[in-house]
Write a protein of this length. Structure first.
Length: 132
């Protein structure tokens, strides 16, 4: 059992990390105008575009008129694409800072998805009944 409000607080922090880290990297790359940073920028711009349908889907399933038990599953649907984006970005860049930032984001998303999978029963209000 988690403390009251823990999961919503974690989800807010996760959203902040998942937006601030790539936005900071993109801003730094933009300021330096180095041609070697172009592949990372081409990976990070779609990274942000994917947030729009994900946030819309999460909002509809979690807060919509018909609250859905699919709300916890929505982030899992976007995880393979995000994983592919970050791995592709790491393969395309030779810049150490960009590579490290993308690696940190990759580790964060793996941790976040693992945490979400462990929270699925409590997020769906499932009551686990011990076997007789």
């Amino acid at each position: 059992q988690y403390p009251a409000g823990f999961i919503p607080a974690y989800l807010r922090v996760a959203m902040l990390i998942s937006v601030v880290a790539p936005a900071t990297l993109l801003a730094c790359l933009w300021l330096h105008h180095a041609p070697s940073h172009a592949p990372v920028a081409h990976v990070l711009l779609p990274y942000f575009v994917v947030f729009i349908p994900q946030i819309l889907a999460e909002t509809q399933t979690r807060l919509g008129l018909n609250r859905s038990c699919m709300a916890p599953v929505v982030p899992l649907l976007f995880f393979p694409y995000r994983l592919w984006q970050l791995l592709r970005g790491m393969a395309l860049t030779d810049d150490a800072v960009a590579h490290t930032t993308l690696h940190i984001l990759l580790c964060f998303w793996v941790f976040d998805t693992s945490a979400l999978l462990t929270w699925l029963p409590s997020m769906c209000n499932a009551q686990l009944i011990p076997p007789p």
